[in-house]
Design a binder for this molecule. Structure first.
Ligand code: ZN
Length: 261
């Protein structure tokens, strides 16, 4: 749900991989968050007095789990204990029935972190092997939330910048949204605006297409090649985001006019 929401807010395609959204926004995988909170609650119940209702309920759940270890039964499938146990088994070598009031949360958490299950580092590894966007795998080298999301600028600019950074360069059709208008690119075809023998992709649009030369800041385009295009979006600052937004707005209007869209 939260990934769907973020994709919609940032006007990114719904097929954008989850690991890219998590890396861009600094989110952790939802299963890690669930496991973290479940463990805290579980350990909290072990410290409760014997007469407390949560403790009695937890004891009954553990008893049921021990009596029905078969995970394929209907009872096990809806068991909260079984769900957490499954996550724990994958994440850390800890038997959930061994958790006592002496068990320290930080020790269990350390085991989960060491397992690397759905961690941000796992997302970064996935990104490095990505076939969805070579550009993104080159520009994203850490798991921190991107700074531009906290810049004091309008959300329209953040949206466009996110689209430029995360766009699926390998697909044959690409959509870019600016101010509720949709612009279509065909990266596997030739640019029909300038008719030069180059692909109709964002690199050509931002750096090469001669039709938009008057709107470009030539100082920002020194030594930019298709191979180094990612540096544009990796080493950014506030001024660059203002510049790219202004450039894209004007150049996309000219593009629409030229293509009679
Ligand atoms: Zn062109």
């Amino acid at each position: 749900m939260r990934l769907t929401f973020l994709k919609r807010v940032l006007t990114l395609p719904q097929y954008t991989p989850g690991y890219m959204i998590r890396l861009e926004t600094g989110l952790t995988h939802i299963s890690r968050t669930i496991l973290d909170r479940s463990l805290r609650w579980w350990l909290k119940t072990t410290e409760m007095e014997e007469s407390r209702t949560p403790k009695l309920c937890m004891r009954e759940l553990l008893k049921l789990d021990q009596e029905n270890p078969d995970t394929s039964t209907a009872c096990s499938r809806v068991s909260w204990v079984q769900s957490v146990k499954n996550l724990m088994t994958t994440a850390a070598p800890v038997n959930i029935h061994d958790l006592t009031s002496e068990t320290r949360y930080c020790d269990v958490k350390a085991g989960v972190i060491a397992s690397g299950l759905n961690s941000q580092e796992a997302d970064l590894d996935r990104c490095n092997q990505s076939s969805f966007s070579l550009l993104y795998s080159r520009l994203k080298t850490n798991t921190k939330m991107e700074e531009y999301l906290n810049f004091p600028i309008s959300f329209h600019k953040k949206r466009l910048f996110a689209q430029l950074r995360l766009h699926p360069e390998q697909l044959s059709i690409l959509h870019v949204y600016v101010d509720r208008c949709k612009y279509v690119f065909h990266p596997s075809s030739r640019c029909s605006v300038c008719n030069e023998p180059d692909n109709d992709d964002l690199f050509h649009h931002v750096c090469i297409c001669k039709i938009y030369h008057p709107f470009r800041n030539q100082e920002k385009l020194t030594n930019i090649s298709r191979r180094s295009f990612h540096k544009y979006f990796k080493y950014y600052d506030l001024n660059f985001i203002h510049y790219i937004f202004k450039f894209m707005k004007v150049s996309l209007c000219v593009r629409s006019f030229c293509l009679n869209e």
